[in-house]
Design a protein around this ligand. Structure first.
Ligand SMILES: [Zn+2]
Length: 553
């Protein structure tokens, strides 16, 4: 065995028994020893070794894990022009957010002026009607260009906006009918295409450029670079089966990962509604086969349920007194009264359940379901995980602990959205207490932090997630949202390393720097335990290491 030793200014192992080290020794992709060069002499004396001191003045962590993303889905849009409200990572660096609708219009104008072929549509991604001052529409886009077809998809891609030349290309006119075609009050088409069916229609003429044959694997490769810059070494796709066939999506990931420069491990978590539709009673066998075919770079894990809408689109399901104005709640495609029946086969087969619940009413339903499953067929260490856990109360955290469940939480909303929803949708109490990590910690629930990139308007940046969790600073930059729900730097860092690995049932091999585990590291320029907590999100990621090999050599 040939050993490579990486000395560092500090190594945070996330092994509470041996939390710090100044060197880590690696061989064949695994960790051989952590400690000091002196302490690891019993290994170094018996083997050949080299000292690689490229990180000698850096800080090493276990590789960051984002346990809930949609990279294939988001990577497709990442290739388009950007018009979103927040600073967004891209393969070539950070793209600046545009704060207002006027700024977006200016940006589109400047893209139009550089666009030389007026027959070719101009495509853009990232619009957010809630934070950029209202929707775009056909007349607005016609004022930018009435010759070049314009196609703009929202950041959370539930709506497409187009101008008149694009309507013509799509082949839609005033007489067209179809679900999701938007109209002005006078009945004229307003250039909106809302949700799956209408978006597919609007996208056909740009499909060649937006979704080429190899767009899936290209998207994954593109997002691999984006995620690596954010410090990730592992993620899970919580929407396997969302966009194409299970096999096609798997093959796209396989081909991206077989390119040996791809810097991530990916776990594919199948979407139960599609899995059951495609495979029926064979679903569990199909997953068992995939698990055998997979390895520690690409594999399948668990099963995913979606049981309400989203936080930014205000479609989650709340307890009394409900929404401030209209009730826009959405319960997902499986009727709640069927939930125990739908989860039972997977629960009995020992498969880990990841169940999306944003609203506190949905959290109650999810806990009731877990309690019923436990009563029928008790399981230990089942790791049933509530995904997102946006609106909740402290008693739910205790009940989740009592039932042995976990949480994977979107913490970014506390900063990016919560204040907005105080007077829109959720009301002040629930908005302020969005993502109650403090309550989870007090109840003893293991939890992870995730981005859900890009199905909601948040960046992909674990250090920004940690900053949100530790400071709970609202978008105004000064209000602390529910201060008792803040957590420590240490807890936040656990939530993106060892506890995230626990949520993905991979803490036997990932998530900490311990002998025998994979040598996946995130290398930082500054130490999160040493900087002012308000500066956590400014720490830069210097590099990542996957199986002992530095990614940016
Ligand atoms: Zn998601």
């Amino acid at each position: 065995m040939h050993i490579t030793v990486f000395p560092a200014a500090q190594i945070h192992t996330m092994d509470p028994g041996r939390p710090h080290a100044s060197a880590v020794a690696v061989a064949d992709g695994r960790i051989v020893s952590t400690g000091t060069i002196k302490s690891m002499q019993p290994w170094l004396r018996r083997n050949t070794y080299e000292i690689d001191d490229r990180y000698a003045d850096k800080i090493i962590f276990p590789g960051f894990i984002d346990p809930h993303t949609h990279l294939r889905y988001s990577g497709v849009y990442m290739g388009l022009n950007y018009v979103g409200p927040i600073d967004s990572a891209s393969p070539t660096g950070l793209r600046k957010g545009l704060p207002t609708r006027d700024a977006v219009r200016n940006q589109l104008r400047s893209l139009v002026s550089e666009h030389d072929d007026s027959s070719k549509p101009l495509t853009a991604w990232g619009y957010d009607p809630a934070s950029q001052e209202g929707h775009l529409d056909r007349d607005m886009l016609d004022a930018i260009s009435d010759t070049i077809p314009l196609w703009v998809v929202a950041y959370a891609p539930h709506i497409v906006y187009v101008n008149s030349p694009m309507l013509k290309l799509i082949g839609v006119d005033e007489d067209s009918i179809g679900h999701g075609l938007g109209r002005y009050p006078d009945g004229r088409l307003n250039g909106w295409f809302v949700e799956t069916e209408a978006i597919a229609r609007a996208t056909r003429p740009v499909a060649d450029s937006v979704y080429a044959d190899d767009s899936g694997s290209q998207a994954i490769e593109r997002m691999g670079a984006v995620a690596q810059r954010a410090g990730l070494t592992t993620t899970a796709d919580l929407g396997w089966g969302f966009s194409e066939s299970f096999e096609k999506e798997w093959a796209d990931h396989r081909s991206a990962i077989d390119n040996d420069k791809f810097p991530l491990r990916i776990l594919m978590i199948p979407f139960e509604a599609r899995l059951t539709r495609d495979f029926g009673d064979e679903a569990i066998n199909y997953l068992a086969g995939k698990r055998l075919e997979g390895d520690d770079r690409l594999n399948t894990h668990g099963i995913k349920y979606v049981n309400d809408g989203s936080y930014p689109s205000m479609t989650l399901v709340m307890n009394q007194p409900g929404y401030l104005d209209d009730d826009t709640a959405h319960t997902g495609e499986i009727p709640w009264e069927n939930m125990v029946d739908r989860m039972r086969p997977f629960w009995k087969a020992g498969i880990q359940i990841h169940s999306h619940a944003n609203g506190d009413r949905t959290v109650d339903m999810t806990l009731d379901t877990l309690a019923a499953l436990q009563l029928e067929h008790p399981r230990f260490d089942h790791r049933f995980t509530i995904e997102h856990y946006c609106l909740s109360n402290p008693s739910q955290a205790k009940r989740l602990a009592a039932l042995g469940g976990l949480a994977s939480v979107n913490i970014y909303f506390v900063h990016y959205r919560a204040q907005l929803h105080s007077d829109r949708g959720f009301g002040p109490d629930r908005s302020e207490a969005t993502a109650r990590l403090g309550s989870l910690e007090r109840a003893g629930v293991t939890f992870a932090l995730h981005s859900d990139f890009n199905l909601v308007v948040t960046p992909l940046s674990p250090l920004t997630a940690a900053w949100c969790a530790v400071n709970r600073l609202a978008a105004d930059g000064s209000t602390v949202m529910a201060p008792g729900e803040r957590i420590s730097v240490d807890r936040a860092l656990r939530a993106m390393t060892i506890d995230a690995a626990h949520v993905l049932n991979r803490d036997d091999r990932l998530g900490s720097i311990e002998v025998g585990k994979y040598a996946d590291f995130t290398v930082l320029d500054d130490d999160p335990y040493e900087v002012n907590v308000q500066e956590l999100n400014r720490i830069s990621v210097h590099d990542t290491v996957l199986e002992g090999i530095p990614v940016t050599k």
